[in-house]
Design a protein around this ligand. Structure first.
Ligand code: SF4
Length: 305
């Protein structure tokens, strides 16, 4: 807990120096809390949002229509080819397991391109909290990222959920309505690493999204069949969003399973590979390391912390 945000802000400004803070806002409560902390601590910042084209419409409304009135302009970063559905069609396959091309194309590349416009390296600020998971607790508050070629800062790492709620209340900021609809986290809807409860919730409150996944599975499968016919090959791969132990679970099976009760069947088969944490380490997805860009950038004097 930070006792005096204004005093903390002054201390942090001496560490930040002349670097710009780029705060990634997802439409979730933690990244919103982070920018409210900056506001209260009088730390200047800019906001970006990585639009994957795969968020729930409530998240889009929250980020595009509501949050700017609270935190100022939010720059929307996108892949020039579109969003998740276009990416799946272009790849003729789904991300998942260790093939997480969604992270690279939809999040890392647009953010990295944005950061590289800065002559002086900026600071990538992300709203991650220790109490969310052991993996997050193990992440340092400051960490250099060679892909983005700048430091990542996790200023609310030690905040409790109550503190996150409190700062929303202090600023009169309402949360994304998805939370009120039962979601525990917001972002890709669903993520390839969705939990059982998330799939169940989506099937209950947003059956159109399940239908969209079903349609994508159908289209990709058809493309592959046509390719096999043309080339005289026989592909074994079943295109689907969810891969468990190298086998594809089509969305119908996943939704059915999500409704099963506890008792042996209640496991989480679509979690990120061990040691990873979905899209959260850099405010992005983990496990993707791109070659560093060699474009020179002004060196920044780093203070000792
Ligand atoms: S949140 Fe999940 S689905 Fe979305 S880009 Fe990251 S890994 Fe892919």
């Amino acid at each position: 807990m930070i006792k005096n945000l204004k005093a903390w802000g002054r201390e942090m400004k001496s560490i930040i120096g002349d670097r710009e803070i780029i705060a990634s806002v997802s439409g979730g409560k933690d990244s919103t809390a982070m920018v409210l902390v900056f506001k209260e601590a009088e730390i200047p910042f800019k906001c970006v949002h990585m639009d994957t084209g795969w968020e729930h419409e409530e998240t889009e409304k929250y980020v595009l229509d509501y949050l700017p009135s609270v935190v100022g302009k939010i720059e929307i970063l996108r892949w020039k080819g579109g969003g998740m559905a276009e990416l799946v069609k272009e790849h003729k396959g789904f991300p998942g397991g260790n093939m997480r091309f969604c992270t690279k194309v939809l999040k890392i590349d647009p953010l990295r391109n944005y950061f590289l416009k800065y002559e002086i390296e900026p600071i990538n600020a992300v709203g991650i909290r220790s109490s969310e998971s052991q993996a997050r607790a193990a992440m340092p508050v400051w960490e250099y990222n060679s892909t983005l070629r700048c430091e990542t800062w996790r200023p609310i790492k030690f905040f409790t959920e109550q503190e996150v709620i409190d700062i929303h209340k202090r600023h009169g900021v309402r949360p994304n309505k998805l939370y009120l609809m039962g979601a525990e986290r917001v972002g890709c809807w669903p993520c390839v690493y969705a939990r059982k409860s998330e799939i169940r919730l989506i099937s209950e409150i947003d059956p159109q999204r399940i239908e969209l996944v079903r349609q994508l599975e159908y289209e990709v499968q058809l493309e592959r069949k046509n390719k096999d016919i043309k080339l005289g090959t026989k592909g074994k791969y079943v295109p689907t969003w969810f891969i468990h132990k190298k086998a594809g679970w089509g969305i119908n099976k996943v939704v059915e399973w999500s409704k099963t009760k506890l008792g042996g069947k209640d496991f989480e088969p679509f979690m990120p590979p061990s040691g990873e944490e979905g899209c959260m380490r850099w405010g992005l997805c983990e496990g993707v390391d791109l070659p560093s860009d060699k474009k020179p950038r002004k060196k920044v004097k780093k203070k000792l912390r």
